[in-house]
Design a protein around this ligand. Structure first.
Ligand code: ACO
Length: 342
């Protein structure tokens, strides 16, 4: 007897962004750089960074509540919360547990997934498997990273690229039996981990050898990461499409990890696709890491850049090194204007 497979759909999206905007001109006052260098090399004009009481979990809560409102679902009905984050507020408790407490999702299990900028796709794979096997019905995934705490603000090669933010997806068992998650592929190559790291410094055994107070910062080999992204991402997209007998002609929109406009343009060229099909908002937020795909999907919907229904590619690449792609059908309606406060 074969086990029943339940249909899965994405019903909600949301974002949580810090208030404070840092422009390229602001960065010119911190490091030797220019708006022209940053914009031509990356496509970034400005980014958001946390200030005051804002934290990874406060941004994640904002994004999560928005996704619930979008779908018209109550927090109490959640079965699972997955936070995709590499830069949470604490090593423990997890960001997902903090979100669970703050939104009152008392019936949900909660854990974090560490896969950097591919984290949202890893989270979607996990949510999809839990729902399609019938174990859960309602899973909230929140991608969140606060890079501003972990970049060296004296290092112009990294500090200009990143921004803080959170983006969320609500994934549910589809009521009408139509499955909208067509295929998800996740990958990793740990041998290349050294090319993009935030090591935890300090002695392995502080009892024997006391720690010196060193700080954790992004270490990145920009050129290797660039090559990795422009090779692995199109490969991964073509791989998932072929698994479900589709081609690029069947794709209506690409929502890729928003790291660098030149990476997105190169991926479009490798796929032989028109750049118009690639949604871009990295000019406003920089690279928000685990959050970028869900923030981009939210903005694309808000700006009416996605038709109903649509076939969308979600694809991420990042530290690990990790990468992953999902093909999803989008047909969710926005319930936000009808829902009461959660
Ligand atoms: N302002 C001015 N000059 C700069 C800056 C800056 N902010 N940063 C570097 N430079 C200088 C360098 O010092 C170098 O000077 P030199 O020639 O005198 O030595 C020159 O600019 C060229 O530097 P390169 O590193 O060769 O610049 P490149 O054209 O490779 O662009 C970049 C650098 C933008 C980082 C590119 O390699 C890239 O996009 N890589 C991918 C990075 C990325 O997307 N990472 C995140 C993805 S994964 C994740 O999201 C976690």
């Amino acid at each position: 007897m074969t086990a029943k497979i339940y249909p899965v759909t994405i019903t909600g999206v949301g974002k949580g962004l810090p208030e404070k905007v840092i422009t390229n001109n602001d960065l010119e006052k911190l490091v030797e750089t220019s708006d022209e260098w940053i914009f031509t090399r990356s496509g970034i004009k400005e980014r958001r960074v946390v200030s005051g009481n804002e934290t990874a979990s406060s941004l994640a809560v904002k994004a999560g509540i928005e996704a619930l409102k979008y779908a018209g679902v109550e927090a109490i009905d959640l079965d699972l919360i997955i936070c995709a984050t590499s830069l949470p507020d604490n090593l423990y408790p997890s960001c997902a547990c903090e979100v669970q407490a703050q939104i009152g999702a008392v019936n949900a299990a909660a854990f974090d997934v560490v896969a950097a900028c591919s984290g949202l796709i890893y989270g979607l794979k996990i949510a999809n498997n839990f729902i399609k096997t019938g174990e859960y019905k309602n899973v909230l995934i929140v991608g969140v990273d606060v890079h501003s705490r972990f970049v060296d603000w004296n290092d112009r090669t990294t500090c200009v690229l990143f921004g803080d933010g959170a983006g969320a997806l609500l994934v549910q068992r589809a009521e009408d039996e139509q499955n909208d998650i067509l295929c998800i592929d996740i990958n990793a190559d740990g041998r290349m981990g050294k090319e993009l790291r935030i090591p935890l410094y300090g002695s392995n055994c502080p009892l024997a050898e006391p720690n010196s107070p060193e700080l954790q910062h992004v270490n990145m080999n920009g050129r290797e990461i660039y090559k990795f992204a422009v090779n692995r991402t199109p490969e991964s997209i073509l791989n998932v499409l072929s698994k479900v007998d589709l081609t690029v002609n069947d794709v209506d929109k690409y929502i890729l990890h928003q790291a660098n406009i030149r990476i997105i343009q190169s991926i479009a060229a490798k796929l032989g696709e028109d750049e118009e099909k690639f949604y871009v908002n990295l000019d406003k937020y920089g690279n928000t890491s685990s959050a970028s795909i869900a923030i981009a999907l939210t903005d694309a919907l808000e700006e009416n850049k996605i038709n109903y229904p649509s076939t969308i590619i979600l694809s991420g690449f990042g530290a690990g090194l990790t990468w992953g792609t999902a093909i999803v059908r989008w047909r969710a309606k926005d319930h936000r204007c009808h829902s009461e406060s959660i």
